[in-house]
Design a protein around this ligand. Sequence first.
Ligand code: F6R
Length: 241
Amino acid sequence: MNIIRTKDYQNLSRKAANIISAQVILKPDSVLGLATGSSPVGTYQYLVDWYQKGDVDFSRVTTVNLDEYKGLPREHEQSYFYFMRHHLFRHVNLDPARTFLPDGSEMDSAKACADYDRIISGVGGVDLQLLGLGRNGHIGFNEPDSHFASGTHCVRLTASTIEANQRFFDSPDDVPREAYTMGIGTIMRAKKILVVVSGEDKAEALRAVCQGPVTPSMPGSILQFHPDVTIVADAAALSRM
Ligand code: F6R
């Protein structure tokens, strides 16, 4: 694992955006795996800024997001599609026909997951996967479990994730209880993985992911087995290492 230490969130975001834009410059038809949540927001801001300055061109890029809440249609303000449109898609020249997320409005989980796996294999897999890290060590919505799930699947969110995500909703009761997520197998097949981690509240999870045993009870620990992982983390997130 290659760990890049930055002094704060701003620098972390700039480094992560540098890595993504280098990927797109070197391979303009890259498939980018994208994440939502607070961690990548600054990264997306830099990418939008550099696109607007003419430094990076997304016209041939394909994107596949990690996850989506089950039961939220694209238009819902808390859907991950809405998040991606707000923070990235509508500001850059990505082709909307090549920006993919699991279909949260599909209530048949088996169909939603099979459809998404078909999309991911149809685009040839992921070149660079961007990840955040949950306080409980989750990546995507692969929550602590007794095994590593391979393909896209429907998960019941843990109490800790519902609590962490309630800040985006009017009340905890509004947080969906289930989500569709890319599986660990798909994430691990990405050619490169970039993890952005910020803040003291992630420090213990980051330590366990990098230095603890590889176990499905700490899903991100599987990244120790990936040959090309870069973690960009600020000093607070690295404070237990
Ligand atoms: C988001 C995702 C999650 C988040 C994680 C960290 O698409 O899959 O794994 O990356 O929950 O969230 P933040 O960045 O909000 O702390």
